[in-house]
Every structure is written in C-alpha cells, then in structure tokens.
Design a protein around this ligand. Structure first.
Ligand code: NAP
Length: 243
C-alpha cells in the first residue's frame, strides 16, 4: 500500500497508460480522480475498477472546464496529492503536409493541457503542503522522429516545463518529474503499421514494445515517498531505445 489514502488526479485515465496507472495506483491504496474527455470509456473502466475510481469528464484543452473540474475533485475528495498529466494525442504527418489545425490540436492537448491542469492543481498542493506531479513526455521529445513535428515539439516542451516547475515549486515541497516512454502497446500505437513496429523492436535493445503497466510502475515509484529526493528528472522507460 505505497499510496494509501493518497488522492491522484490522472488525465487521459480512460485508456492505455492512464487507465493502467489508475488500476496500479488503486491496488496501492490510492483514490483516483479519473479525468478524460471520453465519458463512455470512463464509464466502462469504472465498472471494472470500482469505487476508488472516481469519474470526471474533463477536456484538458478547456481552461475553464479544467478549473471547474479540479475544484469539484477537491470538493469531493478533499485534497490532491498526485497529478499525472497523461492525456495525449498524435496527428502524424510530414511537415509539408501537416495542416496548421493538426499542429495546433496536438500542442493544445499535449502541452497546453498540461499547463491548464497543473495551474488548476498546484494551488491546492501548496495549501496542503506538498505533492508530486508527473508529466508524460516521450522518447520523441528527446531524439525527435520523422512525421512527428507537432508531437516532438509538445513532448520536448513537457521536459522544459517539468524542469521549470521542479525549480519553481520546490519551495512548496512539490516534486515534478517526467516519464519518457518508448514504444508502448496501447490504443495510441494500434494505428502504427506493423513494419514500423518491427523496425522499432529491432532498434530497441530489449527487443520488444513495452506494456502499459511498465509505465504505470515508473509513475508509481516517482509518485511514492521512495522518490522523495527526486525532482526535475526525465525517466526513460524505453527498453534502452535512447542509449
Ligand atoms: P491512449 O490510449 O490514446 O489514451 C489517451 C487518453 O487521453 C484517451 O482516453 C483519450 O481520449 C484521452 N484524451 C485525448 N484528448 C484529451 C483531452 N483533450 N482531454 C482529456 N483527455 C483526452 O494513449 P496512451 O498510449 O495511453 O498515451 C498516454 C500518454 O503517454 C500520452 O501523453 C502519450 O503521448 C504518452 N506516450 C505514449 C507512448 C506509447 O507508445 N503509447 C509513448 C510515449 C508517450 P480519446 O480516446 O477520446 O481520444
């Protein structure tokens, strides 16, 4: 019970890594505020994960919607100890074919969504006397990728914000770290062609894609008191891809 009685807000918690992290955290005693724009998927997950999985329809791109939802979470669950900024999307294309709307959409969810949510949560963490914030970056934010101008920009931006906030919030005992997953089996990577997956497997020293639970375990460690002297770091969980 490494997160006993801790309240964790997880964005994008209805699918993939976010859903697995909710599941993992609940098994460690946490109360999860599961935030996602996909209400049906939240409902389905809630049936499986039970009463520790509290459902909130929230679109991270909408500043006012995020603020109201976070206020409601604190009114319902009394505090926020952990924030996992996990919601993310891809809209891949070569730069010359990438519509401005696809650039804006990815930046809005992956980067501005993290700004919106963290800005709404931090005052409550300050009031409570501390907390842990974890941001979803990616290997693509570290070493780039063909066809992912928008995604690479958002995930590199996450690393910058993580380091800025680690310095800015340290005085409030709020730790801020990022996780940079490699290729993980989730609905997001289901649309990737098999030949690309085979190529990525061949480039990954451990020779395979990762599982969502392997990212959830990294979040669990960084959110727990075992990581009490770790802040401003980017933990690669990528099978050695970025060596
Ligand atoms: P996923 O299975 O697609 O789950 C993402 C969830 O976020 C979905 O439920 C999605 O809802 C939700 N979402 C999208 N836009 C949102 C918004 N505006 N507000 C609230 N929720 C929103 O993705 P995943 O693979 O688990 O990825 C989770 C995070 O890890 C992302 O930040 C991703 O960039 C990062 N990551 C993933 C990988 C990988 O290989 N899978 C690698 C590196 C980093 P809808 O289904 O309705 O869109």
């Amino acid at each position: 019970m490494r997160l006993d009685e801790k309240v964790a807000v997880i964005t994008g918690a209805a699918s993939g890594i976010g859903l697995e992290t909710a599941n993992r955290f609940i098994r460690e005693g946490a109360i999860v505020a599961a935030c996602d724009c996909n209400e049906d998927a939240l409902g389905e997950a809630g049936k499986r994960l039970g009463k520790q999985y509290h459902i909130y329809k929230m679109d991270v791109t909408k500043h006012d919607n995020v603020k109201k939802t976070i206020d409601k979470i604190v009114s319902d669950l009394k505090k926020i100890d952990i924030l996992i900024n996990n919601a993310g999307i891809t809209k891949d294309n070569f730069l010359v074919n990438m519509p401005e709307s696809d650039f804006d959409a990815v930046i809005n969810v992956n980067l501005k969504g993290v700004y919106n949510t963290t800005k709404a949560v931090v005052p409550y963490m300050i009031e409570k006397g501390g907390g842990a914030i974890l941001n979803a970056s990616s290997v693509v934010g570290i070493y780039g990728n063909v066809g992912q101008t928008n995604y690479a920009a958002s995930k590199a931006g996450i690393i910058g914000m993580t380091k800025a906030w680690a310095k800015e919030f340290a005085r409030y005992k709020i730790r801020v770290n990022a996780v940079a997953p490699g290729f993980i089996k989730t609905p997001m990577t289901k649309k990737v062609p098999q030949k690309v997956i085979d190529y990525m497997d061949s480039k990954t020293p451990l020779g395979r894609m990762g599982e969502s639970v392997e990212i959830a375990d990294a979040y669990l460690f960084l959110a727990s008191d075992e990581a009490s002297f770790i802040t401003g770091q980017v933990l690669g969980v990528d099978g050695g891809l970025v060596i």
